[in-house]
Design a protein around this ligand. Structure first.
Ligand SMILES: [Zn+2]
Length: 341
């Protein structure tokens, strides 16, 4: 995907594309859009392509990729486009040359690359930019992703901008976890739902990127961009380690402390994500199972969710994993889990 310009939507986004670009052409695009859907299905991709289209000076169906606006977007220097985000977020990782690839001006938080939330400073900087007169007479666009990482004060600061947007400004919020957004913020955005493509379309697109990996596509729950990331990085190996550790702890073959120590602290976020995904699948698969088992899965999901929240703060990753594994061992003794495969 490196170096790919986001001038066009992904093949499975055509309907949504026609709908949203026609709103732009009629100048009826909402001031605040909330793009929702699972990880790695192309929400950010679509958002970038849409902003490029909106700003393009010679568009015909898509952004042209060649006009002054598209060139500026490609270079990350367009004065009417901003991106607010964090480094090292939990979703699909940005590529190393992310700034230029995003094709939008990137707000640099600070040197603290471990930040796991979008700060009040970032929000204020954006609000300031949106309040300025726009260049070339076009509207201003800002992409906020992942929007669920807006902290309480930054979300509150943005609320007023969303309630009373300066003329000609559009906020595009992207999230995999809309429930983590401030409800008042969420309710003021127009929602746009994204779904994974069918399996054939996902396979075909991955093949075009030079990757054939059904295992990755299955583990990514059919999300092609996530599958590509898994297949190209160490995602599959991490998933294997995750399954081995959880099953070893659950069956008492490994004690929680040893298991927690085996996890690299930089991959704790990924581990928690696998845990959440697996537990969600379990809960779905066990709708007819006895109540105690479903309750213990639900309890574990809550614990994993709490751990994800605390991992986003300053919690010590190993301690987080230790207490999760202790809980997992206790629940597994009470109701033996199915294998984590
Ligand atoms: Zn253009």
């Amino acid at each position: 995907m490196k170096g790919t310009a986001f001038w066009r939507p992904l093949p499975w986004q055509q309907d949504l594309w026609l709908e949203q670009t026609s709103l732009i052409l009629q100048q009826r695009l909402p001031h605040a859009l909330l793009m929702i859907g699972g990880a790695g299905i192309g929400k950010r991709w679509f958002a970038r392509a849409l902003i490029a289209f909106a700003l393009c000076e010679q568009r015909s169906g898509y952004a042209c990729g060649q006009c002054r606006s598209c060139v500026q977007l490609g270079a990350g220097t367009h004065p009417n486009a901003s991106v607010v985000g964090v480094d090292g977020h939990l979703g699909l990782a940005p590529t190393a040359d992310g700034h230029a690839e995003q094709g939008l001006v990137h707000w640099e938080p600070d040197e603290d690359r471990k930040r796991r939330d979008i700060t009040i400073d970032a929000a204020r900087s954006l609000i300031g930019t949106l309040g300025l007169a726009s260049h070339y007479g076009s509207d201003r666009y800002a992409l906020i992703e992942p929007a669920d990482l807006l902290n309480a004060s930054s979300a509150n600061a943005l609320l007023k901008t969303i309630e009373e947007p300066p003329a000609g400004t559009h906020l595009v919020l992207v999230t995999e976890r809309p429930q983590a957004l401030l409800p008042t913020l969420r309710s003021r955005c127009q929602r746009l739902r994204f779904a994974a493509p069918d399996e054939a379309a996902a396979r075909a697109w991955m093949a075009e990127q030079g990757v054939r990996d059904d295992d990755a596509l299955r583990l990514a729950l059919g999300a092609p961009l996530r599958a590509l990331e898994l297949a190209r990085g160490d995602g599959i190996a991490l998933r294997r380690q995750w399954a081995d550790l959880w099953s070893a702890v659950g069956s008492g073959r490994k004690d929680p402390l040893t298991a927690a120590a085996a996890i690299d602290k930089d991959s704790v976020g990924e581990h928690l994500q696998w845990a959440q995904q697996w537990l969600t699948e379990q809960l779905r698969a066990q709708l007819g199972a006895p109540l105690p088992r479903r309750e213990s899965i639900a309890q574990m999901m809550q614990d994993v969710f709490d751990a994800q929240r605390r991992a986003a703060g300053n919690a010590q990753p190993q301690l987080l994993m230790e207490s999760l594994f202790v809980r997992w061992l206790r629940l597994s003794r009470a109701a033996p889990p199915v294998a984590t495969r």
